[in-house]
Design a protein around this ligand. Structure first.
Ligand code: UD1
Length: 358
C-alpha cells in the first residue's frame, strides 16, 4: 500500500509525525511525503520536521504565501501534476489549512481514496477560512478520523455515512506524549529569565484578531493591563509581527516579552511551565487541556468545544474587559481543572494505520 502524506503549514507537522512513525513499522506500506511549501520559514517548517523526526519530504511544491484562491489553486496545480506521475493508494491530509483542502480536492477528483485526520471539528463560523476547509474536506473524504465523539455527531448531522467515520482520538496528543518523553529540561521554562508558574504565554495569529486593527488594538490594550500583574511571553507568528508593524501596535515591552516563533520542544517547555495560556490557536486549546494548564481562548467560538466542557479552556472573545477579568481570576488562583478526554492516550496513530490497513 502506498500512502501519500500531505503537509504544508506548521500545525500539520505534529499531526503527520506519529502516523508516519507507526506506518514505517509495516513492510507492506510505502510512504511518500509531500510538503506544499505553504509555510517556508525555518521557524515555521524546517525546525519542526527536524525536531519531530520527520524525514525530508520527497517533494516540496514551494507554493509559498498568497491570497486564498491563489495559494489553494497553486497547490492544486502542482499536487495534481505530482500525484498523476507518482500514483498512490490513499492520500492522507490532516487538519484544516489550505493545503488540506487543496490536496484533498485533487485526490477526490482523481478517485484516489482520501483520509482526513482531525475530521468533524466545527466552529460553525464560516468567516473562518479553516471552517470552509474542514467542511469541504470532510464532504469528499473516504476515511474520516475524528478526535472526539462531538466530531462524530457533527459529521452525522451533515449526512456523512457512519461507516466512513472512525473515532480514533487526538493525533496531536500522540505527539505531545511522545515529545514529553524526549524533551530535555521539560520542567524548566525555555527562557532563563522566567520562573515556573510565574508567567503567562500568549499566541495570536487568526486573521480575525490580527488583520482587524480595532480588534487587535483592543486585545493589545487588555494584554498591557494583564502584563502589569503577570509577565507575558509572546512567540509571535510572522503574520502577527507584520500586522503589529503595519498598525503600529505598542505592547508594553517591560512586561511582555515578544519573541520569534519557537520550535515544538521550546514551545512545549514554555506553556507546560506557565501559569496560564492566552491563545487563538486550535491545537493549543487541546494541549493545555491535556496538561491541565488553564487556557483562555481569544475567539468568539471554538471548533473544539470539548476542551471547554471537559477541559481547562474558557472562551473569552475579544472584549478587553472580559480578557482582563478572566486572566485576573486565574492569577488569583481560580482556575478550571481538566477531567481528561477519552482516547487521548498516544495511540491514535496506531488506530488510524489499523483502519487504513483493513
Ligand atoms: C495557516 C493556516 C492556519 C494555521 C496557521 C498556523 C490556512 C487558511 N491557515 O495560517 O489555519 O493556524 O497556518 O501557523 O491555511 N508567513 C511567513 N512565513 C511562513 C509562512 C507564512 O512569513 O513560513 C507569513 C506571510 O506573511 C503570509 C502569512 O504569514 O502571508 C500568512 O501565511 P498563510 O500560510 O497564508 O496563513 P497562516 O496565517 O500562517
Amino acid at each position: 500500500m502506498k500512502l501519500i502524506h500531505v503537509v504544508g503549514a506548521r500545525p500539520n507537522f505534529m499531526k503527520i509525525a506519529p502516523i508516519m512513525r507507526v506506518a514505517s513499522g509495516y513492510d507492506d506500506i510505502k510512504q511518500v511525503l509531500v510538503h506544499t511549501g505553504q509555510h517556508y520559514d525555518d521557524s515555521m517548517s524546517k525546525w519542526f520536521l527536524d525536531e519531530l523526526g520527520i524525514r525530508e519530504p520527497d517533494v516540496n511544491l514551494e507554493v509559498g504565501s498568497g491570497p486564498h484562491g491563489e495559494q489553494t489553486g497553486e497547490i492544486m496545480k502542482k499536487f495534481e501534476k505530482f500525484i498523476m506521475k507518482e500514483g498512490g493508494d490513499i492520500v492522507v491530509v490532516v487538519g484544516d489549512v489550505n493545503s488540506t483542502i487543496a490536496c484533498g480536492l485533487v485526490a477526490a477528483k482523481l478517485h484516489i481514496p482520501l483520509a482526513h485526520v482531525e475530521a468533524g471539528l466545527r466552529s460553525y463560523d464560516r468567516n473562518m477560512p479553516e471552517e470552509i476547509n474542514r467542511l469541504l474536506t470532510d464532504a469528499i473524504s473516504d476515511y474520516l478520523f475524528t478526535p472526539a465523539e462531538e466530531a462524530n455527531e457533527n459529521l452525522r448531522k451533515e449526512g456523512i455515512p457512519e461507516e466512513k467515520i472512525h473515532l480514533v482520538g487526538d493525533i496531536m496528543i500522540d505527539t505531545l506524549i511522545w515529545e514529553m518523553d524526549r524533551t530535555p529540561d521539560l520542567d524548566k521554562p525555555s527562557f532563563e529569565d522566567i520562573e515556573v508558574g510565574k508567567y503567562a504565554v500568549l499566541t495570536l495569529h487568526r486573521p480575525s484578531n490580527v488583520d482587524d486593527q480595532k480588534t487587535f488594538r483592543g486585545i493589545a490594550e487588555a494584554l498591557n493591563t494583564i502584563g502589569k500583574e503577570i509577565e507575558i511571553v509572546f512567540p509571535a507568528h510572522p503574520r502577527t509581527q507584520k500586522q503589529m508593524k503595519e498598525f503600529d501596535i505598542n505592547l508594553d515591552r517591560d512586561n511582555i516579552k515578544v519573541v520569534d516563533p519557537l520550535s515544538y520542544r521550546d514551545f512545549l517547555r514554555l506553556y507546560k511551565n506557565s501559569k496560564f495560556v492566552l491563545t487563538d490557536s486550535g491545537s493549543i486549546q487541546q494541549e493545555t487541556t491535556y496538561l491541565n494548564i488553564p487556557c483562555l481562548t481569544i475567539r468568539e467560538n471554538t471548533e473544539r468545544p470539548f476542551t471547554i466542557s471537559k477541559g481547562t479552556n474558557v472562551l473569552v472573545g475579544v472584549n478587553p474587559e472580559v480578557i482582563i477579568e478572566e486572566s485576573l481570576k486565574i492569577i488569583n488562583g481560580n482556575q478550571k481543572k481538566s477531567k481528561g478526554m477519552p482516547l487521548w492516550d498516544g495511540k491514535t496513530a496506531e488506530r488510524i494505520v489499523n483502519v487504513l490497513l483493513l
